[in-house]
Ligand binder design. Sequence first.
Ligand SMILES: CC(C)(COP(=O)(O)OP(=O)(O)OC[C@H]1O[C@@H](n2cnc3c(N)ncnc32)[C@H](O)[C@@H]1OP(=O)(O)O)[C@@H](O)C(=O)NCCC(=O)NCCS
Length: 252
Amino acid sequence: MYFSSEQILDDLRDLGINSGDKLLVHTSLSKVGMVDRGPRGFVESILKAVGQEGLAVFPTFTGTSKDSKENPPYFDVLETPAWTGKVPEAARALKEAIRSLHPTHSVAAIGKGAEELTTGHECVDTPCGEGSPFVLLAKNKGKILLVGVDHNSNTTFHTAEEYAKCPFHMLDEPALATIVDYKKEKRHITVKLHRWGTERNFNLLEDEFIGQRIEKIGKIGKAKCRLIEAAPMLEIIISYLDKDPYYLVVKG
Ligand SMILES: CC(C)(COP(=O)(O)OP(=O)(O)OC[C@H]1O[C@@H](n2cnc3c(N)ncnc32)[C@H](O)[C@@H]1OP(=O)(O)O)[C@@H](O)C(=O)NCCC(=O)NCCS
């Protein structure tokens, strides 16, 4: 059985997504089930849900655990595929999508404010920190939609780690990354890189988000989904990490 675009749209509405919403969407489409017209159909339902006045943002990440000063990232905005799934890949292929130029943590944004959200991402101090699309979305009353994935896929937790300067989160040495932009022009920029390998449990704070009524749980197709208000979520995470930067690190 295939879920139609109308069924997906109804589920998005039931979850509380309205026209004009600004959404950052993390997805595992296989958890939803088979969807009419596949990943592209799913993206179109999201765009319909937020409407002309809304904004949909998809993580199109390319950074890997192999990135380092010795092995710097190479990022071509048109060519480098994302590892974050077929939905972000379908989103960035749409002609109206604008992909930011960050060499490890780019996003593809579609809708009102897409340009403001993505411009200059490659120049921020840390990939998810001040000035990044993750922060700009939160500052603009944005919401995070987790489709078939839990908070361990919620990148905005890294924003909080970057604000709280968690000592395990970034590599000590930056790298000189290569970026190829939309005009096929090549640039070299210095980037700070995520340090991989420290296991965290971002789900530890979920009960608090629900208790504070900033997270709603629902279903899209067959997938368990979460809709969270980004700004108050960030405030809560930072308050924990300011007290104990290792609070979310899995012990032992
Ligand atoms: C890695 C990850 C993307 C894999 O998820 P997944 O569900 O296996 O794969 P995708 O989301 O790419 O979706 C592909 C699936 O869409 C499903 N699908 C639904 N309708 C379909 C259709 N009409 N045609 C084809 N496939 C369809 C299929 O099950 C397909 O799986 P298959 O290619 O193995 O057959 C997911 O586990 C994940 O981590 N998502 C979050 C990523 C993220 O944002 N991370 C941030 C980290 S800080």
